[in-house]
Unconditional design. Sequence first.
Length: 271
Amino acid sequence: MLFFGMAARALAQDNLSPQLQTKLADGVQSLKSGDLDSAEKVFSDALGQGIKHPLVYHNLGVIAQLRGKHLEAVQRFRQALALQPDSGPSRLLLGSSLLALHRNSEALLELKRAVTLMPEQPQAHLQLAKAYEASDNWPAAVQQFQRVVALAPQEPEYSYQLGTAWAKLSASSYSQINRINPHSARLLQALGQEYLLQEKYDLALATYQRAALADPKMPELHLAMAMILLELKKFDQALAEIDVELNLVPQSKMAAATKAKIEAAMAASTP
């Protein structure tokens, strides 16, 4: 487990007495089992004995974080990092507590360092993605969620969060387009897609037609209109639109396939 991995290694590597190693290991076990009071007593007693060790500060930070005391957690993780600056787990949890405190700039800095120290750790990328979300940096958030999914493809929740981030990136992009040019063809195209998903074919068709007036040479608009007209059994109009699309993008396999469907439907409808 990420929270406690550092502690096990530190105990084995440092010159601590066997008795103290055993005591601190018991504290780690208490923490793992959820007995926060016992764990806190062990690590607080160690501090009282003058044991200034990164695992002591780190695990006190974990206890504070689990109790929702993020200001205290930040202090403890910083004390751990003062003694062990290259601790990825401490950087990660420090960033998480800073994020909980809405100190987004500081959180981003620490979480970027955590990702650098632990590039294969999904939780590091996940927390960095959340920090980018909190900063409304959706392109960067999507990039980190993609990394999380690549590292842990068996976790459906990560795929869901990636999909949500893509949707928010899309909404953010269209909002920006709307601010710059509310009559943009791309914005009208997105609105047409929304109507199409709702099966409001007449509204979708009218919106795509407005988009085509705004930018007659934009690919996919005439394809979309042709597909709607095919659904409405307006074959002649559908054929006209798909021919426009093929003039714009003659290499489009989808447009060619749609034209074949239109022609087949026309032939089937002829007595």
